[in-house]
Design a protein around this ligand. Structure first.
Ligand SMILES: C[S@@+](CC[C@H](N)C(=O)[O-])C[C@H]1O[C@@H](n2cnc3c(N)ncnc32)[C@H](O)[C@@H]1O
Length: 328
């Protein structure tokens, strides 16, 4: 099963994942500028704020205006709230006359429990609501458009690719046959009818095609896939990494927490390429690329949650933290 499931999030209130590890990886110090690109409920931001004691410039990005409105209440003027997709990081910071970041940039990907808790946002397969799933509700396309207007083949492809769902073709076929589908619960019910029920002896519960044996709600993978497509999450991540690298000052850090294997692969590959001092084809007789090593990878292997954190926070189960330091 890939990454964090929305089911993990629905089980608990939001607790920041890998909090101590984030602080160490960012090497937080008063006086430097930090950007939390995914401020959410402000857990990581509060920890950075505590260390920097009002002596740093803090920027809190979120593409969800509701999250920012709540954060503004608790942070008042100690952090600048920026309503933007982090894929436009440079342009958004330029509006505050910030053209370099000397401390670090953090991204803790995915949705927050606050977003999942609100049925009307349409993220939850367990709460009644419209098929929305937009993190930024000012954007045009919602889950409704994908579910009701995409060709069946394209729908099957994203359910397979982003959801790693073996039954993607059948699910897409049943979705197309049942259109229009207007609500989360209607979609969840259609998906559930596509998956074979098998007995999960380990937990004494019915499981729906769960490879690992744990109980996985039948709609988990499909909802995750549609959410990732609605919000163009992988494309945004790729843009964000490029923008971050170009705005960080030498010595500053970039820290990313992923919950999905495709996200982690993008970050790992990006760091590898940035750390390489040559990207010529392996058989090239001499180096002609003139590439320089741009970052030092701080985490050779991704950092994952400790046993204690795993017990305290189910969301940490699939979290992977990777960090790099800008060199030039
Ligand atoms: C997992 S939560 C972050 C939680 C936060 N670190 C905390 O400690 O409370 C992810 C947040 O990032 C936001 N987000 C996801 N993708 C984004 C993007 N491309 N640009 C800006 N914000 C994004 C979501 O709206 C959500 O509020």
């Amino acid at each position: 099963m890939n990454g964090q499931t929305d089911q993990d999030l629905e089980e608990r209130a939001h607790i920041p994942v890998l909090l101590q590890e984030v602080i160490e990886a960012l090497d937080v110090r008063p006086g430097l500028t930090y950007v939390d690109a995914t401020a959410g409920a402000g857990g990581h931001l509060a920890a950075i704020d505590k260390i920097t004691q009002g002596k740093s410039k803090l920027f809190a990005f979120d593409r969800d205006q509701t999250s920012l409105d709540k954060l503004r209440e608790s942070f008042s003027d100690r952090a600048t709230m920026v309503h933007s997709n982090f894929r436009y990081l440079k342009e958004a910071l330029a509006q505050y006359d910030v053209n370099t970041v000397d401390g670090g940039i953090l991204a803790d990907l995915g949705v927050s429990s606050m977003q999942l808790d609100q049925g009307e946002r349409g993220f939850s397969f367990q709460k009644a609501g419209p098929l929305d799933m937009r993190m930024d509700r000012s954007e045009a396309n919602s889950a409704w458009h994908i579910v009701n207007q995409w060709p069946e083949g394209a729908l099957a492809d994203i359910i397979y690719k982003y959801g790693e769902e073996r039954h993607s073709r059948k699910i897409a076929n049943r979705i197309a046959a049942n259109r229009p589908i207007d609500t989360t619960l209607h979609l969840a019910e259609i998906v559930a009818r596509c998956l074979p029920r098998s007995s999960d002896k380990k937990n004494g519960k019915k499981s729906f095609g769960s490879a690992g044996g744990g109980y996985i709600h039948p709609a988990t993978r499909t909802f995750q896939a549609i959410r990732m497509a609605v919000n163009e999450e992988l494309e945004s991540l790729e843009d964000f990494l490029r923008e971050s690298l170009s705005i960080l000052k030498p010595g500053a850090r970039l820290v990313v927490i992923t919950f999905h294997s495709l996200e982690d692969r993008i970050v790992k590959q990006f760091f590898r390429t940035a750390a390489a001092s040559c990207v010529c084809p392996p058989r090239a007789p001499v180096c002609t690329c003139q590439k320089e090593c741009e970052v030092l990878i701080i985490t050779r292997k991704p950092i994952t949650a400790s046993d204690d954190e795993l017990l305290a926070n189910t969301r940490s189960r699939s979290a992977k933290l990777r960090a790099a330091q800008k060199l030039i």
